[in-house]
Ligand binder design. Structure first.
Ligand SMILES: N[C@@H](CCC(=O)N[C@@H](CS)C(=O)NCC(=O)O)C(=O)O
Length: 215
């Protein structure tokens, strides 16, 4: 199995999931900072030019949520999702909100040209994306437990999904510490050996503070 990732991108969640279950996989660096996701070789694998993707037995799987759920199904003994049907659905609900709404706010800030060709609208779009992000993160915060993990006593896919977005919040200058439950969850996740191995491999100093890329 191969995972194509870029340091600190949403692929971080898939990287952590594979490391948590002890999968044997090759982590293939596809640095967005160097536009590697636009190389002909990568576009042949994913014409959308986005990470993460995984390759399993020569077949390509795109979309973070699908990759996370694949890891859950392939390593059921790791129990990466809550057993209870309601808790399972609530975890999926949060993951969908992160993918369909929160992630897109950052795209509005980092890639406004994807939403409108009118350059003079870019700063307004960024302003409204920042305001919306604060609202979105407040919604996320309201769905998080005071202790433990999302929906169950085990570190779940939803928890992993939350990690890169918290770090992105810092990167765009939001004071993420105002979200106390989210900050507590990220702090506890950061201490997990699998998470630390992935952070080291991706060259990320921390999830809690603005990123320092070490290499
Ligand atoms: N819907 C996709 C979004 C993937 C995505 O936007 N990935 C970003 C990194 S977080 C990316 O590859 N960006 C490269 C680019 O925008 O050119 C998923 O959930 O996997």
């Amino acid at each position: 199995m191969k995972l194509f990732y870029s340091p600190g991108a949403c692929s971080l969640a898939a990287h952590i999931a594979l490391e948590e279950v002890g999968a044997k996989f090759e982590a293939v660096l596809t640095a967005i900072g160097e536009n590697r996701q636009r190389s002909p070789g990568f576009l042949a694998l994913n014409p959308q030019g986005r990470v993460p993707i995984v390759i399993v037995e020569g077949c390509v799987l795109t979309e973070l949520s699908a990759i996370l759920l694949y890891v859950d199904r392939r390593w059921p003994e790791a129990k990466l999702m809550p057993d209870d049907p309601w808790d399972f659905a609530r975890a999926i609900s949060l993951m969908n909100f992160l993918a369909s709404t929160v992630h897109i706010r950052f795209a509005c800030i980092w890639h406004p040209e994807r939403f409108t060709p009118i350059k003079k609208g870019y700063s307004d779009m960024e302003l409204s994306a920042r305001a919306n992000l604060l609202r979105d993160f407040a919604i996320v915060e309201s769905r998080l437990p005071n202790t433990g993990w999302v929906g169950c006593e085990r570190f779940s896919l939803a928890d992993m999904n939350l990690l890169p977005l918290y770090r992105w919040g810092w990167r765009v200058g939001l004071h993420m510490e105002q979200f106390a439950r989210y900050t507590r969850l990220v702090d506890e996740a950061s201490r997990r050996p699998a998470v630390q191995r992935v952070l080291y491999r991706e060259g990320l100093a921390s999830l809690l503070a603005p990123a320092l890329v070490l290499s």
